[in-house]
Design a protein around this ligand. Sequence first.
Ligand SMILES: Nc1ncnc2c1ncn2[C@@H]1O[C@H](COP(=O)(O)OP(=O)(O)OP(=O)(O)O)[C@@H](O)[C@H]1O
Ligand SMILES: [Mg+2]
Length: 273
Amino acid sequence: MLDASQDGYITEDGRRIGGVVMEMKNITLRFGGVVAIKDISFDIREGEIRAIIGPNGAGKSSMLNVISGFYVPQEGEIWFRGERRPPMKPYEVARQGIARTFQNIALFEGMSVLDNVMTGRLTHMKSGLFQQALWKGKAEEEEVANREVVEHIIDFLEIQHIRKTPVARLPYGLKKRVELARALAAEPKLLLLDEPMAGMNVEEKEDMSRFILDVNDEFGTTIALIEHDMGVVMDLSDRVVVMDYGKKIGDGTPDEVRNNQEVIDAYLGVSHD
Ligand SMILES: Nc1ncnc2c1ncn2[C@@H]1O[C@H](COP(=O)(O)OP(=O)(O)OP(=O)(O)O)[C@@H](O)[C@H]1O
Ligand SMILES: [Mg+2]
């Protein structure tokens, strides 16, 4: 049973969900006259797979961009791991353990898969160029440790066979997987996925669903994801936030959301891809 007043809950498939890791309180985000997010509150719990759904332009990506520090909301509070977060730059948010993928793939197309995934380690690199010149040993140690993490993720996501391939040569579905690999290379506590399966065929979607579940299961990573495919959302997520025109119109388990009349009228009643 889901009870928000308690510290955690057990999911239908028997996973243990912990306390609140991220809490968005009364968030409002405007772009000039456009109100992308209107007074929205919701939380994300430790170990949870939390979906954000809603029609095009509902404000879903804007919400992920607020969480990842790309946008600073005009109103509201963001609480992460029990502390109120001051306005932060994206790299500062990343250092706190929040990684993301983008709605439109943002990889270095000319670089190999391996090098792209390595860029995910940047937030963990302590020694700068100057230090590297002064103290080569330390930098080398760090490099070895970073490579180990990266190779483990490459194995985990089953992309060993393309590790030397330039990203530009990969089919779309694999590019999405490489982007996931780069985000995981940061060893995030909270992983944000903006439409990880958009544009994929059925088989690619099944693969990506499996990887998302495995990441959650094996690394214990908390995941917030935006997805239009309702079958995927219902299968993967523990709780769902529904947005429409910048407002929250539903929040609950997949079943609760599926039976919410306002959600049916605004979103579920019409077909989506
Ligand atoms: N940088 C920006 N400048 C101005 N308006 C923006 C900006 N980003 C988003 N918006 C506007 O905010 C609203 C919400 O957009 P957002 O991209 O968050 O929606 P979405 O739910 O992710 O939609 P989609 O399903 O199409 O990806 C839209 O009206 C959009 O035009
Ligand atoms: Mg979007």
